[in-house]
Design a protein around this ligand. Sequence first.
Ligand code: TXA
Ligand code: MG
Length: 326
Amino acid sequence: MSEPNIASGQFVSNCTADAMDRAAEVLKSGALVAFPTETVYGLGADATNAAAVARIYKVKGRPADHPLIVHLADMQDIADWSDDIPEYAIALARDFWPGPMTLILKRSELAKDFITGGQETVGLRVPDHVIALALLSSFKKIGGKGIAAPSANRFGHVSPTTAAAASEELSPYLSAQDLILDGGASAVGVESTIIDCTSQLPRILRPGAITAQQIADSTGLSLSDSGEEIRVSGALDHHYSPEAKVLLDIEPISGDGFIALAHIQTPEAVIRLASPKNNDEFARVLYTALRAADQQSLARVVVMQPTGNDISVAIRDRLLRASRGR
Ligand code: TXA
Ligand code: MG
């Protein structure tokens, strides 16, 4: 009936207010809750609980020195996690939260090494998804400070944009108390724009739906592009990769998977995996299409990259990494 289906496979598809309160209790008890956001699904834990956060790393198979994004119910909550917030970061938060943007700020006492990977900074985001926000506010109601959540995939794999994909990635590693909340397909489809706000000028560490132009317009500042090494796991060479070999902008051969904008015709004997009509739709369907290549055991998938300065910057960034393989 209306009782959420928690017992079988920890899958919750009936995300009522009651179910969110129960999921918040699950987080408080130290267990994990995978939840939908508008970008991709996250694997959540109480961001103040070292043991719970340690389980995220275990379940993901992720090296422990990679920092996690703390998800917040409300923009005001950033004051808990950082006591040094530049004006321009506040402008960004006002303009784009809730939304697909993560701000890197100098950390407060609350942000321990197990969140920041030992760095003096912390990543913060207010996601724009009804279920994520309901979970975050239920958690806040019972004293939660924030939910640490990386994308809900095994390390180096493609991020999940549906509950089924999150389950496929993580179910074998989750335990009986953990939950997966089903909130449908993520509307954006690629991970948030990460902006370093610890210097005079904002700097993009990972492109996403919030573009460089939007950041410049919001802050009235020009973006820093200092090429210094960044500690973003998504910035590793090999990331976001399916099993299939990803090849960019070449003529596909018989039996290849093929992803391209709708106006590009499907070459003969090639398996069309997606035909998005525009760049936003391209972002939305990309990860599902890459997963489909693996479900069909394709050896190769050819992607024709979209052009522009919009979300296609993020798409090309992920495709470049995916093309370097696992
Ligand atoms: O859209 C998203 O950002 C999704 C959803 C679930 O919110 N989350 C996500 O998390 O993509 P994850 O962990 O898969 O990628 C976050 C990236 C990592 O590469 C991490 O290294 C970087 O953010 N990051 C987190 N905190 C950081 C910090 N203090 N300094 C630099 N990079 C940081
Ligand atoms: Mg990730």
